[in-house]
Design a protein around this ligand. Structure first.
Ligand code: ATP
Length: 282
């Protein structure tokens, strides 16, 4: 069984507080995009996990492996599996590549064993593995609140995008640890952004996008700001860092502009893509 699993971007990201356990409370607009990993699941004598990218761990620390373990335990599945990950989504990029793989495993095993799990049940299992996992059972455009698990479906945004992952490593932990809530100068107006989305006003949406985590990353990594500027020069309606970065995306009205921007960025960034938004998850 092969499951296609898309990446996500954040059309906005706000931190609105902190839970007692230290988790940040978020208000994000999440969007799936047509940039896919593929996860192949086959029964096997022993548990094996493989991936075409060397920076992805092929042991228990792979989130897809942990997803298998959770499913095996919960549904008394005694079989073992070979999980082959074809990774096209940049790793540690703010595009939730790991989370989408975990969602694919849950969905794949649900189908393989005819478990008939509802979307809500799969979301609940996914949340045990990571806060971004439940979103992939909805996909399209969603408001995510709480630590990312409270999802509200919005009108699906339809647009062209350039997504670029600069060759730097940004740790999600570092970004959240260095975020000072009282120093955030600009928060997104999430309510207004939702109105733009639901009225299909892509231009106003693009112009209103804010990711408060940029306050940490842009200071540390000027390349993020440079990419945003290049995207704007090439006609993007708006440009933003996704998640905790370092990936940056630009929204384009015109695909030809997106392709020109892609060609310019490709001169010095290997991982750059022209994609569109999609209206589904795994
Ligand atoms: P998020 O936006 O949810 O923080 P991300 O896109 O920043 O996710 P991932 O690509 O999910 O980050 O990877 C984060 C780390 O998790 C990587 O450094 C990698 O070592 C590890 N990892 C474990 N399993 C996977 C997987 N299946 N795919 C990618 N990375 C994985």
């Amino acid at each position: 069984m092969i499951i296609e699993c898309p990446a996500k971007i954040n059309l906005s990201l706000d931190v609105v507080g902190k839970r007692e356990d230290g988790y940040h409370l978020l208000q994000m607009i999440m969007q799936t995009i047509a940039l896919y990993d593929r996860v192949k699941i086959t029964k096997n004598n022993e548990m094996v996990i493989t991936c075409n990218k060397i920076d992805v761990p092929c042991d228990r620390s792979n989130i897809a492996y942990r997803a298998v373990e959770v499913m095996k335990e919960k549904f008394n599945i005694e079989d073992n599996f070979k999980i082959e990950i074809e990774k096209n989504i940049p790793v540690a990029a703010g595009l939730a590549g790991g989370s989408t793989n975990a969602a694919a495993v849950i969905k794949g095993l649900n189908d393989m064993y005819s478990l008939n799990l509802s979307i809500d049940q799969m979301k609940e299992i996914g949340l045990k593995l990571g806060a971004d996992v439940p979103f992939f059972f909805e996909g399209g455009t969603c408001l995510a609140e709480g630590i990312g698990e409270k999802l509200t479906k919005l009108n699906d945004v339809s647009c062209h995008l350039v997504v670029a992952k600069p060759p730097i490593n940004v740790s999600t932990k570092y970004v959240y640890q260095n975020l000072k809530l009282d120093e955030i100068a600009v928060h997104p107006d999430t309510k207004r952004i939702i109105q733009y989305i639901n009225s299909n006003d892509i231009r106003s949406l693009a112009e209103s996008m804010v990711n408060v985590l940029e306050t940490v990353t842009v200071r540390e990594y000027p390349v993020i700001f440079e990419i945003k500027n290049i995207m704007m020069e090439f006609g993007a309606l708006g440009s933003l860092m996704s998640g905790s970065g370092p990936s940056v995306f630009g929204i384009f009205e015109d695909k030809a502009d997106a392709l020109k921007c892609h060609n310019r960025l490709r001169d010095y960034i290997k991982e750059v893509f022209v994609v569109s938004t999609i209206n589904r998850g795994v």
